[in-house]
Design a protein. Structure first.
Length: 254
């Protein structure tokens, strides 16, 4: 296997697919990942603000490597590392779960079966208020909150810090749970997005679209990865903490 740190300009030769209105990254279900680094602005989003929200456009072909592909995570190699969180498939392309590490019992909440669809673009948002209550982890598809598999598992004990974990798109950091399909327009926030904000992100589109300016200027936006080399990736924010994939190293494995 080849592993190298490369710029996004080089990555485009391998994984970037562009249509008229958007670009996306194709993940191979084997070992592809985008390493977004571990900037302090991405650490413990639920503690630096009032919660955590992850937004992305996703077109999966199946549930990914070993059935547990991770579209977005702060996770590590082998067993889940201390402080991790992850959005992952639950052996089914139509379900997604969120899990966060606690000392005694991890918090987990999963969507019901048949929530998501293979080989179709869908806008996905996960929000969590940082509490130990699993039912406060919410998922949205195309602007609408979905149904859930059960009440989930509440977190217990102290919440472990994720500061030592790397923010990864399409996998976990050891490339052990690669997704299969396309991802674009990934954004991370340190608050629970409102229904109105989630509707704005979706925008009623059947294909990916960029963040609206009202969201781009929100200081809770801590990371934004457009997957679009053709456009400026500068994100105007009051605190200047937003990362752009074009100015940071990404990692391609394949």
């Amino acid at each position: 296997m080849m592993s190298a740190s490369v710029s996004f300009t080089n990555l485009i030769l391998f994984l970037l697919s562009c249509q008229t209105a958007y670009c996306s990254i194709t993940f191979d279900k084997v070992d592809d990942l985008i390493n977004c680094g571990s900037a302090a602005s991405l650490d413990n989003l639920d503690l630096s603000g009032t919660g955590i929200s992850i937004s992305f456009w996703y077109n999966p072909t199946d549930s990914g490597e070993a059935g547990f592909g991770e579209p977005v995570s702060k996770n590590t190699s082998g067993l889940d590392g201390s402080g991790f969180w992850e959005i992952f498939h639950n052996s089914d392309v139509t379900t997604l779960c969120f899990k966060k590490d606690y000392v005694t019992a991890d918090i987990v909440h999963c969507t019901a079966a048949s929530t998501f669809t293979a080989s179709v673009w869908q806008h996905i948002v996960m929000t969590w208020d940082g509490s130990t209550t699993a039912t406060n982890i919410l998922f949205y598809r195309d602007g609408v909150e979905v149904s859930y598999l059960s009440t989930g598992t509440n977190g217990s004990g102290a919440k472990n810090s994720d500061a030592a974990r790397i923010f990864i798109i399409g996998n976990r950091s050891n490339a052990g749970l690669t997704v299969s399909g396309l991802i674009t327009e990934v954004a991370a926030f340190n608050k629970v997005l409102s229904q109105n904000e989630i509707s704005q992100l979706y925008g009623g589109s059947s294909v990916p679209k960029g963040l609206p300016m009202s969201i781009m200027s929100d200081t809770s936006l801590k990371g934004y990865w457009k997957m679009n080399e053709r456009a400026s990736l500068t994100v105007p924010t009051a605190n200047g903490q937003v990362l752009e994939i074009n100015s940071n190293k990404v990692e391609i494995r394949g």
